[in-house]
Design a protein around this ligand. Structure first.
Ligand code: URA
Length: 239
């Protein structure tokens, strides 16, 4: 891809457009080992080598991160008071990253972070029905009735009931103080607080929620909460 040197540097996360311009003008950037002081100089990211202080600047047009979101962090790009999921990506290759979809502050698990707007649209568009799987724990019993109602669709106070969901591996969790049930739920919509509201419709509070997968993308079991990794080429192709 050919683009202006200042744009490439800003997009690759080195700084704002004006701060990278200053770096360029002060002779700190080299293109193919030659100092380049013109911010508007066109550079070919496939062929030219850009360095800052001797270090290569890596430029990728599209980047994809898998984050295991921890609780207590909000799904936003920036916030004055609270930690965001973007704050957890320590190796930001681009400045235009955003999370694909939203997990509640107390929800943990799979979150895709990218700058690929077309992909985000494909995954989130209401008509696409991309399946999302969550592990859910509730403070009460997931009875046959609750389970079959959730599978056929629940009135959660919106214009229409939720689309049919799937509930699997329903079981009671060992706990001495309370009756806790766990299940894997698969939904194809992304309404606000959807899973919490689906169980609340039956008087059950969600006490733990973890996203396990989204479409073909599955949370890497080796990622601890708060950790991230780049998507593999195969994951990118499939998603
Ligand atoms: N449903 C919820 O209620 N919360 C989430 O974070 C995701 C799905």
């Amino acid at each position: 891809m050919k683009a202006r040197l200042d744009k490439i540097l800003a997009d690759s996360g080195l700084g704002t457009r004006s701060s990278v311009r200053n770096l360029i003008k002060s002779g700190k950037i080299k293109v193919n080992d030659v100092t380049q002081k013109d911010p508007g100089r066109k550079v070919d990211t496939d062929k030219d080598r850009i360095t800052y202080g001797g270090e290569d600047i890596s430029y990728s047009e599209m980047v994809y991160y898998m984050l295991n979101k921890p609780a207590g962090v909000i799904t936003a790009t920036e916030d004055k008071n609270q930690k965001t999921v973007l704050d957890l990506i320590t190796d930001k290759k681009r400045r235009d990253l955003f999370p694909v979809g939203r997990l509640d502050k107390d929800t943990v698990g799979l979150l895709l972070i990218t700058n690929d707007g077309a992909l985000s649209h494909r995954l989130l568009a209401p008509g696409k029905h991309v399946a999302k799987k969550y592990l859910v724990r509730v403070d009460g019993i997931i009875t046959e009735e609750v389970s079959s109602a959730i599978c056929s669709g629940v009135d959660i106070g919106d214009d229409k009931p939720t689309a049919p969901a799937e509930l699997d591996t329903i079981k009671q969790i060992e706990d001495t103080d309370a009756v806790i049930y766990e299940a894997v739920i698969k939904i194809t919509e992304g309404r606000y607080h959807q899973i919490k509201r689906m169980f609340e419709a039956f008087g059950l509070n969600v006490i733990y929620l973890k996203r396990l997968s989204m479409g073909s993308l599955t949370l890497d079991p080796d990622l601890k909460e708060g950790e991230w990794r780049y998507l593999t080429d195969e994951e990118i192709k499939k998603i």
